[in-house]
Design a protein around this ligand. Structure first.
Ligand SMILES: [Zn+2]
Ligand SMILES: [Zn+2]
Length: 329
Protein backbone atom coordinates (compact mmCIF):
# COMPACT_ATOMS: atom_id res chain seq x y z
CA UNK A 1 0.00 0.00 0.00
CA UNK A 2 1.30 3.42 -0.91
CA UNK A 3 1.35 5.68 2.09
CA UNK A 4 -1.34 8.27 2.40
CA UNK A 5 1.18 11.10 2.48
CA UNK A 6 2.56 10.12 -0.92
CA UNK A 7 -0.87 10.58 -2.42
CA UNK A 8 -1.67 13.98 -0.93
CA UNK A 9 -5.16 13.01 0.04
CA UNK A 10 -7.50 15.45 1.68
CA UNK A 11 -8.43 14.66 5.26
CA UNK A 12 -11.84 13.15 4.57
CA UNK A 13 -10.76 11.16 1.51
CA UNK A 14 -10.52 7.41 1.47
CA UNK A 15 -7.40 5.61 0.27
CA UNK A 16 -7.76 3.98 -3.15
CA UNK A 17 -6.62 0.36 -3.11
CA UNK A 18 -4.92 -1.50 -5.92
CA UNK A 19 -7.12 -3.45 -8.35
CA UNK A 20 -7.19 -7.14 -7.47
CA UNK A 21 -5.19 -6.61 -4.28
CA UNK A 22 -6.22 -6.91 -0.64
CA UNK A 23 -9.65 -5.42 -0.04
CA UNK A 24 -10.81 -2.89 2.55
CA UNK A 25 -11.43 -5.53 5.22
CA UNK A 26 -7.93 -6.95 4.85
CA UNK A 27 -6.31 -3.53 4.87
CA UNK A 28 -8.31 -2.30 7.89
CA UNK A 29 -7.43 -5.48 9.72
CA UNK A 30 -3.76 -5.03 8.82
CA UNK A 31 -3.80 -1.43 10.10
CA UNK A 32 -5.71 -1.93 13.36
CA UNK A 33 -5.62 -5.56 14.49
CA UNK A 34 -2.44 -5.30 16.48
CA UNK A 35 -2.42 -4.95 20.24
CA UNK A 36 0.14 -2.13 20.35
CA UNK A 37 -1.47 -0.25 17.45
CA UNK A 38 -4.84 -0.31 19.23
CA UNK A 39 -3.18 0.82 22.43
CA UNK A 40 -1.40 3.70 20.64
CA UNK A 41 -4.67 4.87 19.07
CA UNK A 42 -6.43 4.63 22.45
CA UNK A 43 -3.77 6.84 24.05
CA UNK A 44 -3.87 9.24 21.07
CA UNK A 45 -7.63 9.61 21.62
CA UNK A 46 -6.79 10.61 25.19
CA UNK A 47 -4.31 13.23 24.00
CA UNK A 48 -0.93 11.54 23.38
CA UNK A 49 0.88 13.22 20.47
CA UNK A 50 4.63 12.82 21.11
CA UNK A 51 6.84 9.76 20.99
CA UNK A 52 7.71 10.29 24.65
CA UNK A 53 4.01 10.55 25.62
CA UNK A 54 3.47 6.91 24.63
CA UNK A 55 6.76 5.79 26.19
CA UNK A 56 5.64 7.35 29.47
CA UNK A 57 2.11 5.94 29.31
CA UNK A 58 2.84 2.22 29.20
CA UNK A 59 5.39 -0.56 28.89
CA UNK A 60 5.79 -0.21 25.11
CA UNK A 61 9.34 -0.98 23.90
CA UNK A 62 10.83 1.82 21.78
CA UNK A 63 11.25 -0.44 18.76
CA UNK A 64 7.58 -1.48 18.89
CA UNK A 65 6.51 2.15 19.20
CA UNK A 66 8.62 3.19 16.20
CA UNK A 67 7.30 0.48 13.89
CA UNK A 68 3.65 0.92 14.98
CA UNK A 69 3.74 4.73 14.61
CA UNK A 70 5.14 4.31 11.09
CA UNK A 71 2.43 1.76 10.23
CA UNK A 72 -0.33 3.99 11.61
CA UNK A 73 0.97 6.94 9.57
CA UNK A 74 1.13 4.69 6.51
CA UNK A 75 -2.47 3.59 7.09
CA UNK A 76 -3.58 7.22 7.41
CA UNK A 77 -4.65 6.86 11.07
CA UNK A 78 -2.02 9.31 12.33
CA UNK A 79 -0.32 12.15 10.50
CA UNK A 80 3.25 13.10 11.30
CA UNK A 81 4.24 16.76 11.61
CA UNK A 82 7.60 18.28 12.33
CA UNK A 83 7.19 20.87 15.07
CA UNK A 84 10.83 21.66 15.84
CA UNK A 85 13.96 22.09 13.69
CA UNK A 86 16.62 21.96 16.37
CA UNK A 87 16.44 19.33 17.57
CA UNK A 88 14.26 17.75 14.87
CA UNK A 89 11.06 16.69 16.59
CA UNK A 90 7.78 15.28 15.34
CA UNK A 91 4.29 15.03 16.67
CA UNK A 92 1.64 12.52 15.66
CA UNK A 93 -1.93 13.71 15.29
CA UNK A 94 -5.06 11.65 14.76
CA UNK A 95 -6.55 12.10 11.30
CA UNK A 96 -10.34 12.02 10.76
CA UNK A 97 -10.14 8.25 10.20
CA UNK A 98 -8.05 7.91 13.35
CA UNK A 99 -10.64 9.81 15.37
CA UNK A 100 -13.26 7.40 14.01
CA UNK A 101 -11.64 4.34 15.63
CA UNK A 102 -13.32 5.03 18.99
CA UNK A 103 -16.53 3.01 18.26
CA UNK A 104 -14.34 -0.07 17.59
CA UNK A 105 -12.47 0.44 20.86
CA UNK A 106 -15.68 1.02 22.84
CA UNK A 107 -17.32 -2.10 21.38
CA UNK A 108 -14.21 -4.15 22.22
CA UNK A 109 -14.34 -2.80 25.76
CA UNK A 110 -18.03 -3.75 26.06
CA UNK A 111 -17.39 -7.29 24.83
CA UNK A 112 -14.47 -7.75 27.19
CA UNK A 113 -16.49 -6.41 30.11
CA UNK A 114 -19.41 -8.70 29.35
CA UNK A 115 -17.66 -11.90 28.31
CA UNK A 116 -14.02 -12.09 29.32
CA UNK A 117 -12.76 -12.83 32.78
CA UNK A 118 -9.09 -11.89 32.64
CA UNK A 119 -7.65 -11.30 36.12
CA UNK A 120 -4.73 -9.36 34.61
CA UNK A 121 -6.98 -6.75 33.11
CA UNK A 122 -8.86 -4.17 35.13
CA UNK A 123 -11.35 -2.54 32.79
CA UNK A 124 -12.56 0.99 33.49
CA UNK A 125 -16.23 1.91 33.52
CA UNK A 126 -17.55 4.18 30.78
CA UNK A 127 -19.77 7.16 31.45
CA UNK A 128 -21.88 9.08 28.95
CA UNK A 129 -21.36 12.74 29.83
CA UNK A 130 -24.58 13.79 28.05
CA UNK A 131 -26.79 11.90 30.52
CA UNK A 132 -24.22 11.31 33.28
CA UNK A 133 -24.90 7.55 33.43
CA UNK A 134 -22.61 4.55 33.07
CA UNK A 135 -23.58 2.82 29.85
CA UNK A 136 -23.18 -0.10 27.50
CA UNK A 137 -22.94 0.80 23.81
CA UNK A 138 -25.90 -0.48 21.80
CA UNK A 139 -25.26 -1.31 18.15
CA UNK A 140 -27.96 0.63 16.32
CA UNK A 141 -29.11 1.08 12.71
CA UNK A 142 -28.54 4.68 11.67
CA UNK A 143 -31.58 4.60 9.36
CA UNK A 144 -34.33 3.19 11.58
CA UNK A 145 -32.67 3.52 15.02
CA UNK A 146 -33.48 -0.08 15.94
CA UNK A 147 -30.94 -2.09 17.92
CA UNK A 148 -29.16 -4.49 15.56
CA UNK A 149 -29.46 -8.21 16.11
CA UNK A 150 -27.32 -10.65 14.19
CA UNK A 151 -30.26 -12.24 12.40
CA UNK A 152 -31.35 -8.80 11.15
CA UNK A 153 -28.16 -8.31 9.18
CA UNK A 154 -28.06 -9.61 5.63
CA UNK A 155 -24.58 -9.76 4.20
CA UNK A 156 -23.54 -10.55 0.64
CA UNK A 157 -20.04 -10.86 -0.70
CA UNK A 158 -19.31 -7.78 -2.82
CA UNK A 159 -17.14 -7.35 -5.96
CA UNK A 160 -13.88 -7.23 -3.99
CA UNK A 161 -15.01 -9.77 -1.42
CA UNK A 162 -13.22 -12.80 -2.78
CA UNK A 163 -11.88 -14.62 0.28
CA UNK A 164 -8.31 -14.56 -0.95
CA UNK A 165 -8.51 -10.75 -0.87
CA UNK A 166 -9.85 -10.66 2.70
CA UNK A 167 -6.62 -11.80 4.22
CA UNK A 168 -4.42 -9.10 5.59
CA UNK A 169 -0.98 -8.92 4.07
CA UNK A 170 1.01 -8.02 7.13
CA UNK A 171 2.44 -11.21 8.51
CA UNK A 172 2.92 -10.77 12.21
CA UNK A 173 5.30 -12.54 14.43
CA UNK A 174 3.54 -14.79 16.89
CA UNK A 175 3.72 -13.20 20.29
CA UNK A 176 5.57 -15.22 22.86
CA UNK A 177 4.43 -15.56 26.44
CA UNK A 178 7.14 -13.26 27.73
CA UNK A 179 6.56 -10.40 25.31
CA UNK A 180 5.42 -7.18 26.85
CA UNK A 181 1.85 -6.28 26.07
CA UNK A 182 -0.36 -3.34 26.86
CA UNK A 183 -2.24 -4.03 30.08
CA UNK A 184 -5.43 -2.58 28.58
CA UNK A 185 -5.68 -5.06 25.70
CA UNK A 186 -7.30 -8.38 26.46
CA UNK A 187 -5.74 -11.53 24.97
CA UNK A 188 -9.06 -12.95 23.83
CA UNK A 189 -9.79 -9.90 21.69
CA UNK A 190 -6.47 -10.35 19.93
CA UNK A 191 -7.21 -14.07 19.43
CA UNK A 192 -10.31 -13.01 17.52
CA UNK A 193 -8.81 -10.28 15.36
CA UNK A 194 -5.02 -10.45 15.65
CA UNK A 195 -4.47 -13.52 13.50
CA UNK A 196 -4.78 -13.16 9.74
CA UNK A 197 -7.20 -16.07 9.50
CA UNK A 198 -9.26 -15.28 12.56
CA UNK A 199 -11.30 -12.41 11.23
CA UNK A 200 -11.94 -14.28 7.97
CA UNK A 201 -13.27 -17.31 9.86
CA UNK A 202 -15.32 -15.09 12.13
CA UNK A 203 -16.73 -13.28 9.10
CA UNK A 204 -17.60 -16.60 7.46
CA UNK A 205 -19.31 -17.76 10.67
CA UNK A 206 -21.36 -14.55 10.78
CA UNK A 207 -22.36 -15.17 7.15
CA UNK A 208 -23.72 -18.58 8.16
CA UNK A 209 -20.91 -21.04 7.41
CA UNK A 210 -20.87 -23.89 9.91
CA UNK A 211 -19.02 -26.81 8.30
CA UNK A 212 -15.30 -27.47 8.40
CA UNK A 213 -15.26 -28.25 4.67
CA UNK A 214 -17.18 -25.04 3.88
CA UNK A 215 -14.75 -22.90 5.89
CA UNK A 216 -11.90 -24.58 4.05
CA UNK A 217 -13.47 -24.10 0.63
CA UNK A 218 -14.53 -20.48 1.15
CA UNK A 219 -11.22 -19.39 2.64
CA UNK A 220 -8.98 -21.57 0.43
CA UNK A 221 -6.94 -22.32 3.54
CA UNK A 222 -5.13 -25.46 4.56
CA UNK A 223 -7.03 -27.89 6.81
CA UNK A 224 -4.36 -27.39 9.51
CA UNK A 225 -4.98 -23.64 9.67
CA UNK A 226 -8.77 -24.03 9.72
CA UNK A 227 -8.59 -26.77 12.38
CA UNK A 228 -6.28 -24.65 14.52
CA UNK A 229 -8.53 -21.57 14.43
CA UNK A 230 -11.76 -23.54 14.95
CA UNK A 231 -10.19 -25.27 17.94
CA UNK A 232 -8.99 -21.95 19.41
CA UNK A 233 -12.45 -20.40 18.97
CA UNK A 234 -14.12 -23.46 20.51
CA UNK A 235 -11.71 -23.32 23.48
CA UNK A 236 -12.62 -19.67 24.00
CA UNK A 237 -16.32 -20.46 23.88
CA UNK A 238 -16.87 -18.33 20.79
CA UNK A 239 -17.88 -21.28 18.62
CA UNK A 240 -19.64 -24.41 19.85
CA UNK A 241 -19.29 -27.81 18.22
CA UNK A 242 -22.62 -29.48 17.63
CA UNK A 243 -23.24 -32.78 15.79
CA UNK A 244 -24.71 -32.25 12.34
CA UNK A 245 -28.24 -33.51 11.68
CA UNK A 246 -27.02 -35.93 8.97
CA UNK A 247 -24.09 -37.60 10.66
CA UNK A 248 -23.36 -37.69 14.36
CA UNK A 249 -19.58 -37.83 13.83
CA UNK A 250 -19.57 -34.62 11.76
CA UNK A 251 -19.52 -31.35 13.59
CA UNK A 252 -21.10 -28.01 12.92
CA UNK A 253 -19.38 -24.94 14.32
CA UNK A 254 -21.96 -22.45 15.53
CA UNK A 255 -21.47 -19.04 17.09
CA UNK A 256 -22.29 -19.03 20.79
CA UNK A 257 -23.84 -16.02 22.58
CA UNK A 258 -20.26 -14.97 23.40
CA UNK A 259 -19.34 -15.19 19.71
CA UNK A 260 -22.47 -13.35 18.59
CA UNK A 261 -21.73 -10.61 21.12
CA UNK A 262 -18.51 -9.88 19.19
CA UNK A 263 -20.57 -8.90 16.12
CA UNK A 264 -20.40 -5.14 16.87
CA UNK A 265 -16.58 -5.23 16.78
CA UNK A 266 -16.57 -7.08 13.46
CA UNK A 267 -19.24 -4.87 11.87
CA UNK A 268 -17.60 -1.65 13.06
CA UNK A 269 -14.20 -2.77 11.76
CA UNK A 270 -15.68 -3.66 8.39
CA UNK A 271 -17.58 -0.38 8.24
CA UNK A 272 -14.47 1.62 9.19
CA UNK A 273 -12.40 -0.25 6.60
CA UNK A 274 -14.92 0.20 3.81
CA UNK A 275 -15.33 3.91 4.63
CA UNK A 276 -11.62 4.68 4.48
CA UNK A 277 -10.22 2.20 1.96
CA UNK A 278 -11.82 1.72 -1.44
CA UNK A 279 -11.12 -1.08 -3.89
CA UNK A 280 -11.71 0.10 -7.48
CA UNK A 281 -14.14 -2.76 -8.18
CA UNK A 282 -16.36 -2.05 -5.17
CA UNK A 283 -16.88 -3.14 -1.57
CA UNK A 284 -15.92 -6.50 -0.10
CA UNK A 285 -19.18 -6.93 1.73
CA UNK A 286 -22.61 -5.44 1.03
CA UNK A 287 -24.90 -5.43 4.05
CA UNK A 288 -28.54 -4.58 4.65
CA UNK A 289 -30.64 -4.15 7.73
CA UNK A 290 -33.48 -6.58 7.13
CA UNK A 291 -35.97 -4.74 9.36
CA UNK A 292 -35.87 -1.43 7.47
CA UNK A 293 -34.26 -2.50 4.19
CA UNK A 294 -31.61 0.23 4.33
CA UNK A 295 -28.04 -0.52 3.46
CA UNK A 296 -26.39 -1.10 6.78
CA UNK A 297 -24.73 1.76 8.56
CA UNK A 298 -24.27 1.17 12.27
CA UNK A 299 -23.85 3.66 15.08
CA UNK A 300 -23.53 3.20 18.84
CA UNK A 301 -26.19 4.52 21.20
CA UNK A 302 -26.24 4.86 24.99
CA UNK A 303 -28.03 2.09 26.90
CA UNK A 304 -29.14 4.63 29.53
CA UNK A 305 -30.54 7.53 27.47
CA UNK A 306 -30.69 5.94 23.97
CA UNK A 307 -29.00 8.95 22.37
CA UNK A 308 -26.20 8.38 19.82
CA UNK A 309 -22.77 8.23 21.46
CA UNK A 310 -19.90 10.37 20.25
CA UNK A 311 -16.23 10.11 21.16
CA UNK A 312 -16.51 13.53 22.81
CA UNK A 313 -19.29 12.40 25.16
CA UNK A 314 -17.53 9.37 26.70
CA UNK A 315 -15.30 9.37 29.75
CA UNK A 316 -13.54 6.42 31.33
CA UNK A 317 -13.64 5.97 35.10
CA UNK A 318 -10.85 3.70 36.34
CA UNK A 319 -12.13 0.97 38.62
CA UNK A 320 -10.56 1.18 42.04
CA UNK A 321 -8.94 4.60 41.79
CA UNK A 322 -11.94 6.43 40.30
CA UNK A 323 -9.58 8.43 38.08
CA UNK A 324 -11.48 9.94 35.16
CA UNK A 325 -9.97 10.18 31.68
CA UNK A 326 -11.59 11.76 28.67
CA UNK A 327 -13.86 12.73 27.20
CA UNK A 328 -12.20 11.66 23.99
CA UNK A 329 -11.36 14.53 21.62
ZN1 LIG B 1 -32.66 -0.20 10.04
ZN1 LIG C 1 -26.63 8.46 27.83
Amino acid sequence: MTSLEDRHLEDGDSTPLEAGGPNAIAVANGVLADEWSLWIVRQALRGATHYTDWLNLGPIPGSALTTRLAALVDGGVLSKHQYSDRPVRYEYLLTPRGRQVWPILISMWAWEKGWVDDPEVNLPRMRHTTCGEFFDPILTCESCHAAIRWRDVEGKVGPSGDWSRNLQITARRQRSRNDKRPSEVVNETMELIGNRWSIAILGAAFLGITRFSEFQKRLSASPTIIADRLRAFADMGVLAQVPTPERADWMDYRLTPKGLAFLPVVLLMIQWGQRWFKAPDGPALVMHHVECGASLHVILTCSACHEPLSGASIEAVESGTGVVTGPLP
